[in-house]
Design a protein around this ligand. Structure first.
Ligand code: NAD
Ligand code: LMR
Length: 328
């Protein structure tokens, strides 16, 4: 990467100068698992993001090829590739945001929990960390324990990406309402698997109401959106393109928060006191230090209260599984 290295250094200087002047500058972003089904379109979209000045692409395979390809795009972010464990540390040094879509996806008939033993060993660095690797309900607690062991745990900077559930919810609700999905905002709380995905349809914006049949249809479709894709891909993997879109939407929110933009609010799975569980997904405000405020769930209707109890039961087991994986 010699030319890119020089460009990166000068980009670093530009960034430092720009920050010293209080300007809005680009951020350094690393993607771990950048050669994968999610990683490649995610890398492409991050290269197009004007908030990104340096993009590090790390994988255990194919990182040089993906890097060469992406680096030809005429956008300003400087791209460098990192291949294999020995280059991991260099991939992470100085990063503002680390996005992790590393690991294997599901095949039909598998649950996200079946991925646990394969994906749990993948390590996590410092900076703001966006965990995409499944099962998110366990990989975020695992990452928290790993960071604790390393003495670097900052709960405000470790975020499980549940944005795809929000993206799906917005799409499916907009279809039912017959409006543009860009006008819709559905809070989705809890976690990222089956019944732990809890859409709060009573809090949809713009304000609207659903029949009991619509509520059942929407809740089921949102909770099973991942399985819908896994079955349609018939063994060729799980959601990659919509996930890359959702990951970029979420990463962009993190970067706008880091830049100091006001009112950046998204749903994400984080260390939380919103319920009695140690982790929970809900709306949070993102800022210069990561998570600056975690919002309560707000008023729930009867079916959401029933859903919340199911969510908590399953989520408690997945969280415990992650924590004890590291402890034992
Ligand atoms: P994929 O198999 O296409 O890509 C995974 C990539 O990770 C591969 O390039 C592989 O080489 C790389 N990898 C494996 N081990 C690694 C390691 N130790 N370090 C760095 N890279 C490593 O899979 P995919 O479809 O991109 O899915 C990736 C993960 O994202 C899966 O666990 C999947 O279940 C999950 N996922 C999460 C969501 C979500 O909403 N959070 C949505 C879709 C998929
Ligand atoms: C999804 O929701 O699409 C992902 O978690 C992948 C999966 O296994 O369903």
């Amino acid at each position: 990467n010699p030319p890119n290295l020089q460009m990166e250094e000068s980009s670093g200087l530009r960034q430092a100068n720009c920050r010293a002047k209080g300007g809005s500058c680009g951020f350094k972003v690393a993607i771990l698992g950048a050669a994968g089904g999610i990683g490649q379109p995610l890398a492409m979209l991050m290269k197009m993001n004007p908030l990104v000045s340096v993009l590090h692409l790390y994988d255990v395979v194919n990182a040089p090829g993906v890097t060469a390809d992406i680096s030809h795009m005429d956008t300003s972010a400087v791209v460098r590739g990192f291949l294999g464990q020995k280059e991991l540390e260099n991939a992470l040094i100085g990063m503002d945001l680390v996005i992790i879509p590393a690991g294997v996806p599901r095949k039909p008939g598998m649950t996200r929990d079946d991925l646990f033993n394969i994906n749990a060993g993948i390590c996590c660095p410092n900076a703001i960390v966006n965990v995409i690797s499944n099962p998110v309900n366990s990989t975020v607690p695992i990452a928290a324990e790993v960071f604790k062991k390393a003495g670097t745990y900052d709960p405000k900077r470790l975020l499980g990406v549940t944005m795809l559930d929000v993206v799906r919810a917005n799409t499916f609700v907009a279809e039912v309402l017959g409006i543009d999905p860009r006008e819709v905002d559905v809070p989705v709380v809890g976690g990222h698997a089956g019944v732990t995905i809890l859409p709060l349809l009573s809090q949809v914006k713009p304000p609207c109401s659903f029949t009991p049949e619509e509520t059942d249809y929407l809740t089921n479709r949102i909770q099973n959106g991942g399985t819908e894709v896994v079955e349609a891909k018939a063994g060729a993997g799980s959601a990659t393109l919509s996930m890359a879109y959702a990951a970029v939407k979420f990463a962009d929110a993190c970067l706008r928060g880091l830049r100091g933009d006001a009112g950046v609010v998204e749903c994400t799975f984080v260390a939380s006191q919103v319920t009695e569980l140690p982790f929970f997904a809900s709306k949070v405000r993102l800022g210069r230090t990561g998570i600056e405020e975690i919002y309560p769930l707000g008023p729930l209707n009867e079916s959401e209260r029933v859903g919340l109890e199911k969510t908590k039961k399953e989520l408690a087991a997945s969280i415990e599984k992650g924590i004890s994986f590291v402890k034992t």
